[in-house]
Design a protein around this ligand. Structure first.
Ligand code: SAM
Length: 238
């Protein structure tokens, strides 16, 4: 794991990246993150009138997809600790003509400012890896989920084939250079790739989710395990 990363460091990574984050995401994932997020929303499958948490929601891709699915029913809370990411997200979401029932909250996952048993679904896409205290964050999500509520996490993982591992590591080696060339920002992308390389594998993440209180945990590998989606449920009161 990428130890000793402070909240201030993460803040400066995303302050630097916010304005170009969406373009860079498309370039670096070759548009793949869009398909993965569509799949994630299918797995979240929020019912009409659901209360949904898009945690570490950044520039709001998931919030847009949830809002389109829920139409005007339910509520979506886009929560992120970074003001610059939220500002970009809010503008983008409004450009999609989505205004109703979306709430923007600047807060840290570790200390969510919501009452116990508030949400039906909590989704975290490419956010958990960046949280300084992931177990504390997941326990905080557990607290605010309703009993029976669902946690869905999309995150980079470990490819299971050796060939894919090698190809992926060569490909990701280029990220900071692409960041520097296109966006004059190698700093954020050096961090992002390091955080992916040093992140947990699928099994280890499952253990962390379980240790945070969740049950019935399963996962889906995406693109040979380059990314994965983990699902867990809050089946007990606490
Ligand atoms: C890689 S971006 C992902 C954004 C978006 N979910 C997506 O999939 O495109 C990671 C986000 O996590 C946010 N973040 C990092 N640590 C956080 C924390 N402790 N609490 C809330 N958000 C956090 C960052 O500010 C950033 O917006």
């Amino acid at each position: 794991m990428f130890n000793k990363i402070s909240d201030e460091y993460i803040k400066s990574v995303f302050d630097h990246a916010a304005k170009k984050y969406d373009v860079m995401n498309d370039i670096m994932s070759v548009g793949m993150h869009r398909m993965w997020k569509n799949f994630m929303v299918k797995i979240c499958n929020p019912k009409p009138h659901s209360i949904v948490l898009d945690l570490a929601g950044g520039t709001g891709d998931l919030t847009i997809k949830f809002a389109q699915k829920l139409k005007d029913s339910g509520k979506i809370f886009l929560v992120d600790s970074n003001k610059s990411m939220l500002t970009v997200g809010k503008k983008k979401i409004r450009n999609f003509g989505l205004i109703k029932n979306i709430y923007y909250i600047q807060a840290s996952a570790e200390n969510l400012p919501f009452a116990n048993f508030s949400f039906d679904v909590a989704a975290i896409s490419f956010g958990l890896r960046n949280m300084c205290n992931q177990e504390k964050s997941l326990r905080s999500v557990f607290r605010v989920l309703k009993t029976g509520g669902k946690l869905v996490i999309l995150e980079f993982s470990k490819p299971y084939s050796e060939v894919l591992k090698k190809l992926y590591s060569v490909y990701s080696f280029s990220f900071p250079y692409v960041g520097l060339l296109l966006f004059n920002n190698s700093f954020s992308y050096r961090y992002l790739i390091k955080s992916v390389q040093t992140y947990y594998d699928q099994k280890h993440l499952k253990k962390i989710i379980r240790a945070s209180g969740f049950n019935k945990i399963s996962h889906f590998n995406l693109l040979g395990g380059i990314a994965s989606i983990h699902v867990g449920f809050k089946t007990t009161l606490y």
